[in-house]
Ligand binder design. Structure first.
Ligand code: ZN
Length: 420
């Protein structure tokens, strides 16, 4: 960040520090152990679905949408898979920058660390932390500084919460040093992009199952075959993005997925609504805008796939004649739901261009399940934590500051005014 406000700044210099993948819950626990005690109470920062780094940070910084959910993605115009592992080789040249939020970074680990973390997690996080400290030391003391510590994500995936807690202790010491050096003139804002479940996760047999239902997995979708689908498989995460001939095909795939172990629900578009399908039933999410105010409707077709019935009862007085309620009321009533702020979150996942090439179908897995590249499964035979789904452990990132107190829950799209 080259914001230099020395002459005119009305706020303290800001040190922004993003810890990749650290869930709200682990920070809350760390504070109970006495860590980060110079910070104000942490807020839950709601990470958008799918709860993945580039989706989250581009939303939080109102930056350009990344091409896809991960570096391997499906290009809807070329109708083929692009990117992938090549994006990680060599230096971080322009074609390897997924979103413009990265232009703001003063520090991030070198690209190859993202893989070395699988081989030597302890060494990598320690190196990442000390490189950050060196970089900060070399930075002009009057200027804001934005660092992204990515090693915490890999560390959690591979080693789990216990090792992460060791890293948090180290970070606590490091930040005490920073506070001592810069004093009250520097505000430290510590936050994460998404959370993480903290349980062992296993692979969903997505390919086997969909093949047995008659679908063919392909790298491109040129031509008019309704049985061909493209599913970019990369990091070992709790969601899958499925591309198909059109939204009608996607809805059929969603039907086939309701019976697969590990699938929580799938969403696809139907005209201007979102269809939610799961073993628990089917529902629609509808949005309307009236006098610049946004309203959502949860229309149950069968069962209650998003477990919203008790909330709907509580909100009775808020519904209009068409069964819509204001976005802010839904947010107030579902901010701490097991699917936080679920209607706006899922609707936005398919209609708000969180990525340039939105999938026809997004699948949210239950905690304990992932899908991704087989090659990574060999590198990480045990996956002790992951993220990507719409459940609260992955959706609840955190946000806290040494100088300011924020609301208990902050939506990703509101983060920009706090962070920048
Ligand atoms: Zn991750």
């Amino acid at each position: 960040m080259n914001t230099n406000y020395t002459a005119m700044r009305e706020r303290p210099r800001r040190l922004l520090l993003c810890l990749d993948g650290v869930p709200y819950e682990l920070i809350r626990q760390a504070r109970q152990r006495g860590l980060f005690d110079r910070f104000h109470e942490p807020s839950r920062l709601l990470s958008p679905f799918p709860t993945m780094t580039n989706v989250a940070l581009s939303t939080m910084f109102k930056a350009s949408a990344p091409a896809g959910y991960e570096s391997l993605y499906f290009d809807c115009e070329r109708r083929e898979m692009r990117g992938g592992i090549g994006k990680y080789v060599g230096r971080r040249t322009a074609d390897k920058i997924p979103s413009s939020y990265m232009d703001r970074l003063d520090y991030q680990e070198p690209l190859h660390f993202e893989f070395l973390i699988y081989v030597a997690p302890e060494k990598i996080w320690q190196t990442d932390f000390s490189r950050f400290r060196q970089c900060l030391r070399a930075h002009a003391p009057a200027q804001d500084f934005f660092a992204f510590l990515k090693s915490t994500d890999g560390l959690l995936h591979i080693r789990g919460a216990e090792e992460l807690n060791v890293a948090l202790e180290r970070l606590n010491e490091l930040l005490r040093g920073v506070m001592k050096e810069y004093g009250q003139d520097t505000e430290i804002v510590l936050f994460s992009d998404h959370g993480m479940n903290l349980i062992e996760n296993r692979r969903v047999s997505l390919r086997t199952h969909l093949r047995s239902c008659g679908y063919e997995f392909s790298h491109n979708l040129r031509g008019a075959s309704a049985s061909r689908i493209a599913v970019p498989a990369f990091g070992l995460c709790g969601y899958a993005a499925i591309y198909s001939l059109n939204d009608e095909v996607a809805e059929k795939v969603a039907d086939n997925l309701t019976e697969l172990e590990g699938v929580d629900f799938s969403i696809c578009r139907k005209e201007d609504s979102v269809v939610v399908k799961s073993a628990q039933g089917e529902a629609r999410i509808l949005r309307k805008v009236r006098d610049e105010e946004t309203f959502y409707r949860y229309q149950r077709i069968a069962g209650d796939p998003l477990k919203l019935q008790p909330t709907v009862k509580r909100m009775k007085e808020w519904f209009d004649a068409e069964d819509y309620a204001p976005e802010d009321v839904w947010y107030e009533q579902t901010g701490d739901h097991s699917y936080p702020d679920v209607l706006a979150n899922l609707y936005g996942a398919l209609f708000d261009s969180r990525v340039r090439h939105t999938a026809n179908l997004l699948v949210s897995f239950k905690d304990g399940y992932y899908y991704g590249a087989k090659a990574f499964s060999y590198l990480a035979p045990r996956l002790r934590a992951t993220h990507g789904n719409a459940l609260s452990p992955s959706s609840n990132a955190f946000l806290m500051s040494t100088h300011r107190t924020f609301p208990a829950t902050v939506r990703a799209k509101e983060a920009n005014s706090i962070l920048c």
